[in-house]
Design a protein around this ligand. Structure first.
Ligand code: GRF
Length: 220
């Protein structure tokens, strides 16, 4: 099976990108990272990609006349690298539905909440304000609806009485990294598919998102 060709879109710190690079380098993830692209020229994530010898692309949205024009250019440049999968890993920009459509089933995002709870921003604060005993993170296929596509897999953590949004985010981050790597590993093994009736694992429809277990592995 040829390694899955990944294009990874980033806006900031790039710790999820780093988790994918590290997994690739330790031979646990058979992927070829063909491009790391960003809407933020100074993103730390771009430096991580450069350090790993991965091709990078930075486009400044302010230099485009419209969102649609930026997205069209971005995805034309992404497509030129022939990725099998586009991974949004801390890509903090809303994408035009027209730009997403050709990538349906071939684009995933990691979002720091137990979707469908808390799409959008400030997810940790919102979970604490709601008094949630359990919080988490989700990897989902990207559709035109913000943080709204079918959820492939989730990781859950317990909240604590003394949690702040920062402490919760910090505790969740290593689980995000494991979730990202494990989910991409299933996709790299061509075990996950998206059809009109939903996500399937090894051809069997998923009744609910896969869950990351205590050992950092995905289970049905
Ligand atoms: C992560 O919390 C991810 O869930 C969210 O943005 C953050 C990105 O972190 N979408 P990093 O850039 O991967 O370190």
């Amino acid at each position: 099976m040829p390694p899955l060709r990944l294009a990874i879109l980033v806006s900031g710190r790039g710790s999820n990108l780093q988790a994918l690079i590290d997994a690739r380098d330790s031979d646990v993830l058979p992927v070829n990272i063909v491009l790391v692209a960003s809407d933020k020229v100074r993103a730390q994530a771009l430096r991580r990609a450069e350090d790993a010898g991965i091709a990078t692309l930075a486009l400044d949205p302010k230099t485009y006349p419209s969102r649609a024009a930026f997205d069209a250019e971005l995805f034309a440049r992404v497509a030129a690298h022939r990725p099998d999968l586009v991974v949004l890993a801390g890509f903090m920009r809303i994408l035009d539905a027209a730009a997403i459509a050709p990538w349906q089933g071939r684009m995933i995002n990691i979002h720091p909440s137990l979707l469908p709870k808390y799409p959008g921003l400030h997810t940790h604060a919102r979970a604490l304000e709601a008094g949630d005993a359990v919080h988490g993170t989700s990897v989902h296929f990207v559709t035109g609806e913000l943080d709204g596509g079918p959820v492939i897999a989730q990781a859950r953590i317990a909240t604590r009485a003394d949690d702040t949004p920062d402490s919760l985010a910090q505790r969740l981050l290593p689980r995000e990294h494991a979730l990202m790597v494990e989910t991409v590993a299933l996709l790299a093994a061509r075990r996950i598919t998206l059809a009109a009736d939903g996500i399937a694992l090894d051809g069997t429809p998923l009744a609910a998102p896969l869950q990351l277990d205590a050992n950092g592995r995905l289970a049905g």
